[in-house]
Every structure is written in C-alpha cells, then in structure tokens.
Design a protein around this ligand. Structure first.
Ligand SMILES: Cc1ncc(C[n+]2csc(CCOP(=O)(O)OP(=O)(O)O)c2C)c(N)n1
Length: 322
C-alpha cells in the first residue's frame, strides 16, 4: 500500500473521531434533540472498508452510522445540521442521527432497526448485478444484528445469487448492555459463513491497514462475480451504547474497568499514528497540522448547524412516506 493510501485511511479515521468527540460533548450539554450512538473505537472498520470502495459503490449503515457516512465522503456540515434538527441537514432536520443518507456518495442510509439495513444492501447488490454495473454494496452491522433473521436470509440469498455484497460485522462484543456470549451460539460470527458457502474472514478491527487488505480482497471477489464475503472485524466501542447511557442504566455496570481500559488501549488512531511515524510515511508535524485542520472543519460544521434555520412548521408533511 502506498503512503498516500495509508494517510487517506488515517484522515478518514480522524474525521470520524473529531466529529464524534464533538457530538458527545454537544449531547452532554443538552444541545442535540435526539439520541446518538457514537462510533469511537471502531473507526478503522469504516475507514478500511470504504477506502477499498469506489465512489459509486454502495454502503448501508446502522444506528451507529456517523462513521460510515464520514468514511464514504459525507458532508460534515449537513451531518451536524441533521443532528441539530436543522433544515440544512441531510433529512432537512427531520431524521436525526439514525437516518442519514446521501445517494450522491452511495450512502443508502442508516437504520435504527437492528438488522434492517442488511437486506437493503442485498437489494443494491442485486440491482448492480442486474444492471451489469460492476458496483459492490456493503452492509455494516453489529454482532447483535448477526442474530436477526434478516442477516441469515440476506446472506443465503446473496450467496445463492452470487451478489456483489460485503457483509461487514462490527463485533464490539455487546448488543446494548448484553455481552455477545449470552445471546450468540458461536464464538466468531465469521464461522456462520460456512453455513452459507461463502468465505468468512476475521480481522482485527482496530487495524485499519488489515481491514483495508481484507476488504480489498472481498471487493475484488465481488466485482469478479464470485459473490459475497462475510468479514468479522473484532473491535471495541470505548463509550456507552448510546450517549447519556448512565442516565438510563440507573447505575448498573455491565463492563469492568479493566475491560474498558483494554479497549481504550487498542485505539485504532493511535495504532495507525505510531505505525505511520515508524514507517516514515509522514512526520508527526504533518499529522498535527492535519488534526488542527479537521478539528476546525468540525467546529465550522457546528457553526453551520447553529446558524441554520429550523424546518418550517408548514414543511412537516413534506418528504414523508407512509
Ligand atoms: C429489531 C430491533 N430490535 C431491538 C432494537 C433495540 N436495539 C437498538 S441497538 C441494539 C443493540 C445492537 O447491537 P449490535 O447489533 O451488536 O450493534 P452495536 O450497538 O453493538 O453497534 C438493540 C437491541 C432495535 N433497534 N431494533
């Protein structure tokens, strides 16, 4: 992988991290009207996969979707405005965090229904195959979603029809507050690929370079008409399931301090940062300047959102489908 590509991975991750940190802060200050589920700790998965895609490839996301939108090239201003519920947001302020879509970059949507996005990606893959367009579709989902019927039906259909789809399981080991082993019959989600006759690959989801390599292979396979791949990226979310978690958990603790510290130690940004400096891809000064630039872009997005108008009351019935 050339230096430019490595740096590109880092930039995608840093944009996600700084955006998410800001969103966490705004939520804590009571400035955002809806719920938010942050992606901090899992950045290498979205960055690694999306860096292996073309602009016209498709992705479908989850309730934890900001990172996917940003990694695919989403606009920070429109995202932030959507979180603030403003008319300039991606859904004109009516969707919020879990409903960001941007068809112009192939981002077909986030989805608050766990497992709900998976069949949408299969539909996009079917459409690409039908049109002979050479595009691929990616569905991101959690370990919890891998226990939904939609996952199994979708994987089977994609395998039978040899659809150009990447099933990317972001295994952060928890579904809300339930550890995976309490609700999942296998230790590795990737094992389930065998049951559907497709490759199942496990990758360290904190290592963006490794995720990129695995995704690249799966994308080539999909474009060659060889069908789907199930990728399981083992990752950690370093924050709560949703922001404000403590408020509704009533003090209950579901993860030990040691486990959390272990997760924090596997920070994908820090890992790639030190690799890049070690490999002399770039100097720390350049990375520092990049960080400042991205931090400013996120601050500008907050200003953009704050200065944007609210949706007008007359528009309440516009853009709605029943
Ligand atoms: C069909 C459905 N069931 C339950 C919920 C409530 N819910 C929201 S997020 C979540 C946990 C999802 O866990 P996972 O798929 O592992 O994703 P993660 O939050 O870990 O990224 C649940 C149960 C939901 N939104 N949709």
């Amino acid at each position: 992988m050339n230096n430019e590509k490595v740096l590109d991975l880092y930039v995608r991750m840093l944009r996600i991290r700084r955006f998410e940190e800001q969103v966490g802060l705004l939520f804590a200050q009571g400035q955002l009207p809806g719920f938010v589920h942050l992606y901090i700790g899992e950045e290498a998965v979205a960055a690694g996969v999306c860096a292996a895609l073309r602009d016209d490839d498709y992705i479908v996301s989850t309730h934890r979707g900001h990172g996917h939108v940003i990694a695919k090239g989403g606009d920070l201003n429109r995202m932030m405005a959507e979180l603030f519920g403003k008319a300039t947001g991606y859904c004109k302020g009516k969707g919020g965090s879990m409903h960001i879509a941007d068809f112009s970059i192939g981002m077909l949507g986030a989805c608050g229904i766990v497992g709900g996005g998976i069949p949408i990606a299969v539909g996009a893959g079917l459409s690409a195959k039908y049109r002979g367009s050479d595009q691929v579709a990616v569905t991101f989902f959690g370990d919890g979603a891998a226990n939904e019927g939609s996952f199994h039906e979708s994987l089977n259909l994609a395998a039978v029809m040899k659809l150009p789809v990447l099933f990317v399981c972001e295994n952060n080991r928890y579904g809300e507050f339930t550890p995976m082993e309490k609700v999942t019959s296998v230790r590795d989600i990737a094992l389930r690929a065998t049951g559907y006759g497709v490759p199942g690959v496990i990758v360290d989801g904190t290592d963006a370079l490794a995720v990129y390599e695995v995704a690249n292979t799966a994308v080539q396979r999909a474009r060659n008409g060889e069908g789907p791949t199930l990728i399981e990226a083992k990752a950690h979310r370093t924050g709560g399931h949703a922001e404000g978690e403590k408020a509704f958990l009533a003090g209950g603790v579901y993860r030990s301090a040691e486990e959390l510290a272990e997760a924090q130690a596997k920070d994908p940004l820090r890992i790639l940062h030190s690799k890049m400096v070690q490999m002399r891809v770039v100097t720390p000064d350049v990375l520092e300047a990049l960080d400042q630039q991205i931090t400013q872009a996120v601050a500008a997005a907050v200003n953009f959102a704050r200065q944007s108008p609210d949706p007008s009351p007359e528009s309440i019935y516009d853009d709605g489908w029943v």
